[in-house]
Design a protein around this ligand. Structure first.
Ligand code: ATP
Ligand code: BTN
Length: 234
């Protein structure tokens, strides 16, 4: 089970690196109170000041028939936990959770051979962010402090259940619930792959890929090196 073995550090470069560089049993969770080199996708910086919840866990690639939808499924697990606390979160395809238009969680999946390292950053109790970030924390949204250890254990319990279902039944099982909580669904968006493409975010398919209705027809983007923006901020 995820979290049977856990390492809780006061500070580290990135919890991702600990699991990548050392040998731990599958399911191990590494948590840090602060990271000095927290990262997001494409090597972007992940602000990891005191107050946030930063953890990574180790999965085995061969346990999964499909890995592409993993960020979406993990994001959905975190979203369920945030919903349980009474918020109305949305999933921003493919790896982010937003509340009230601001980002509260990001998921990073990195693979090296059989190891799949999943990193989750949740903005829990931070009191502020740089204004250019479009970020918020659960504390800032409700003026309530969340107990980090409890929040982590509850989240891991949900992730364990969700990932077990993903292993056994695949992404299809999650598609309806995820679709209901997708940001920008049915709206005009810009998808950044090689070059920006504008279209209507029509749906996600059985692999979690984004289907974009454009003047050239229906285009499909898988999670790879693709970013999504609402066209209003374009
Ligand atoms: P996309 O996932 O579509 O590419 P994104 O801008 O969210 O969009 P990510 O790579 O997912 O990109 O996340 C990294 C970005 O998240 C950073 O470039 C920064 O803008 C933002 N960010 C960094 N730290 C935090 C944080 N603690 N909370 C919220 N957002 C953050
Ligand atoms: C993103 O939005 O691009 C993903 C952000 C992932 C951040 C988490 S925090 C724990 C783990 N360690 C890292 O350096 N990154 C992930």
């Amino acid at each position: 089970m995820i979290g049977d073995f856990m390492l809780w550090l006061e500070e580290t470069g990135s919890t991702q690196n600990i699991l990548k560089e050392f040998s731990f049993p599958y399911g191990t969770v590494v948590v840090a109170n602060r990271q000095w080199e927290g990262r997001g996708r494409f090597g972007r910086k992940w602000h990891s000041e005191e107050g946030g919840l930063y953890f990574s866990f180790l999965l085995r690639a061969e346990d999964f028939k499909e890995l592409l939808p993993l960020p979406l499924v993990v994001g959905y697990g975190v979203l369920l936990q945030i919903e349980r606390k009474g918020f109305k979160p949305m999933l921003k395809w493919v790896n982010d959770v937003y509340v009230s238009g601001k980002k509260v969680c990001g998921v990073l999946v990195e693979r090296s051979k059989e190891k799949v390292v999943v990193g989750v950053g949740i903005n829990l109790n931070q009191k502020e962010f740089p204004s250019d970030l479009m970020a918020t924390s659960l504390y800032m949204l409700r003026n309530e402090v969340f107990e980090k250890k409890d929040f982590l254990l509850e989240t891991l319990e949900i992730l364990d259940r969700v990932l077990e279902e993903f292993k056994n039944f695949g992404f299809e099982k999650f598609r309806p619930a995820i679709r209901q909580r997708l940001m920008f669904l049915g709206e005009e968006v810009v998808v950044y792959s090689q070059e920006p493409v504008v279209g209507i975010f029509e749906d996600i398919d059985q692999e979690g890929s984004l289907l974009l209705r454009t003047a050239q027809g229906l285009l499909k983007f898988n999670a790879g090196k693709v970013s999504l923006r609402g066209s209003k901020i374009f």
